[in-house]
Design a protein around this ligand. Structure first.
Ligand SMILES: Nc1nc2c(ncn2[C@@H]2O[C@H](COP(=O)(O)OP(=O)(O)OP(=O)(O)O)[C@@H](O)[C@H]2O)c(=O)[nH]1
Ligand SMILES: [Mg+2]
Length: 181
């Protein structure tokens, strides 16, 4: 259409008050959380927002999203965090969503070798969606479950090094123990 140029980038008249985020952030990033069902995507996002671990969450249906606002160097950033459903029947929806990804957080569960093996599957989905140059962070979750652990941190690191499409690797902080900013 007839775009209004940079009009959308200027803060609303009067500017933002207090810590309230503006209606028009300077930058919007779509960050998509990917990974098998049960790896802990929703729990992680909950921790990010509420600073507490929510136990007993049910599997995500379809897709969900939350916005995280950041103020960095006087610029407002709105991070749209998309929480996808790992269950198979929602995968086509997730594949659609991947087309608008600016960044991806790909999670597996260190107590599930299967979820780790599926990282490949998710990387293929990214490639199919044409996500080239999108930043991908690989996260090994449930680090607190040492007894049931099936995937070593080294294995995660090695995978991240081997796969060119993975930009970063991070063993996830144990639930509730570390602030995620
Ligand atoms: N011990 C432990 N359990 C976790 C952790 N993160 C999540 N869980 C548990 O793992 C289960 C699944 O968590 P969810 O966050 O629903 O998983 P999900 O990836 O969103 O699953 P889908 O929505 O089906 O894709 C829940 O019972 C959580 O309480 C963690 O860091 N440590
Ligand atoms: Mg979920």
């Amino acid at each position: 259409g007839t775009g209004s140029g940079e009009a959308g980038l200027t803060p609303s008249p009067g500017g933002p008050t207090g810590s309230e985020p503006p209606a028009n952030p300077d930058y919007i990033y779509h960050i998509i959380f990917l990974g098998d069902s049960n790896v802990g995507k929703t729990s992680f996002l909950h921790l990010l927002h509420q600073d507490t671990f929510a136990s007993g969450l049910t599997a995500t249906v379809g897709v969900d999203f939350r916005v995280k606002n950041l103020l960095v160097d006087n610029k407002y950033y709105a991070l749209q965090l998309w929480d996808t459903a790992g269950q198979e029947r929602y995968h086509s929806m997730t594949r659609q969503l991947l087309r608008k990804a600016d960044g991806v957080v790909l999670m597996y569960d260190v107590t599930s070798q299967e979820s780790f093996a599926h990282v490949r599957y998710w990387l293929d989905c990214l490639q199919d969606a044409g996500c080239v140059g999108v930043q991908v962070l690989l996260l090994g979750n449930k680090m607190d479950c040492d007894e049931e652990r099936q995937v070593s941190t080294e294995a995660g690191q090695q995978l991240a090094q081997r796969e060119g499409s993975i930009d970063h690797f991070c063993p996830c902080p144990a639930k509730g123990q570390v602030r995620v900013d």
